[in-house]
Design a protein around this ligand. Sequence first.
Ligand SMILES: [Fe+2]
Length: 183
Amino acid sequence: MKPNSLQDLYLNELRDLYDAEHQIMKALPEMIAGATSEDLKSALDEHLEVTKEQVTRLEQIFNEMGEEPKAEKCKGMQGVIAEGGDLVDEIDDPDLRDAAIIASAQKVEHYEMSGYGTARTYANLLGEDQAARLLEETLDEEKEADQELTTIAGEINAKANEGQTEGETSETPKRSGKGKRAA
Ligand SMILES: [Fe+2]
């Protein structure tokens, strides 16, 4: 579709998000299976449930516009998910793998936040008040998921770093402190 108006851009964004959400629904079970931390597993699990509602919300918006819910391949999300998955697959250490899963999941969230923010702004401009409200609701959920991942990352990143440091100390002299004082 060649966009000729903001309405066209809006529809394009909705179709992009509709596809992105479907990709996420497919990817999340694999991320959950690869995760070790119970907190991380349950956060991703919860987001899978939320994602299903977000798809329904998009369908509601399409229906109210008189449009068939249609997906437009979201190449951006495809890249983000593939890149994260490839990295996670290479990691054996459970804490390090959890840290990589969080990093990947947060990239997904930020991509979605950007898309929903744009769609919400277009909906407001176009006078689609009900749609704007629904998009804002999803945007808030994505922000919440991102915040929760940041909280979980605090502990997991530290554990991943500890594991690395322990491994290093047998052969590598301790560097802590020196660098800081010199700076
Ligand atoms: Fe989502």
